[in-house]
Design a protein around this ligand. Structure first.
Ligand code: 5GP
Length: 126
């Protein structure tokens, strides 16, 4: 049961189906802990989604429920992906939506990685 207040993890969510190979994704990277792929509606020249392989609805769920190995493996994967994409020199932004106010659409924890232009204000004004 997720700690986040979101409904229980739904194995039919789109990212779970990608992890099972039931639907294709434009893969950037994969290891034991993470899968990364290009967002279908990119909001920057580089817009990659990084997801853990475990069944976690949200950041809150992942932070509370994942093992230390899963958390370390996932965080290292995010760093490696950014490095391998050559993003460190000009920089990038990481973002994780959690719950209703954030507008989280897909209830499988994911980190957005944005890069490739000046990314502007941290938050929209509305
Ligand atoms: P959230 O709003 O949950 O933080 O972000 C979900 C992201 O998943 C959105 O940026 C959306 O464009 C992306 N997305 C939704 N469906 C698909 C899909 O089928 N394929 C890919 N590659 N991205 C998707």
């Amino acid at each position: 049961m997720p700690v986040s207040g979101l409904p229980p993890y739904d194995d039919a969510n789109i990212f779970a189906r990608m992890l099972r190979g039931e639907i294709p994704c434009n893969k950037v990277y994969e290891d034991d802990w993470a899968l990364a792929f290009h967002d279908i509606h990119p909001q920057a020249p580089t817009h990659v989604l990084v997801i853990p392989k475990g069944r976690y609805c949200s950041f809150a769920d992942f932070a509370a429920g994942a093992s230390e190995a899963e958390i370390a493996g996932f965080m290292r994967a995010v760093g490696k992906i950014a490095r391998d994409l050559g993003l460190e020199a000009l920089g990038y932004r990481l973002l994780a939506n959690m719950g209703a106010d954030s507008g989280q659409e897909v209830a499988h924890f994911h980190v957005h990685l944005f890069a490739g232009r000046k990314l502007g204000r941290m938050l929209a004004s509305t």
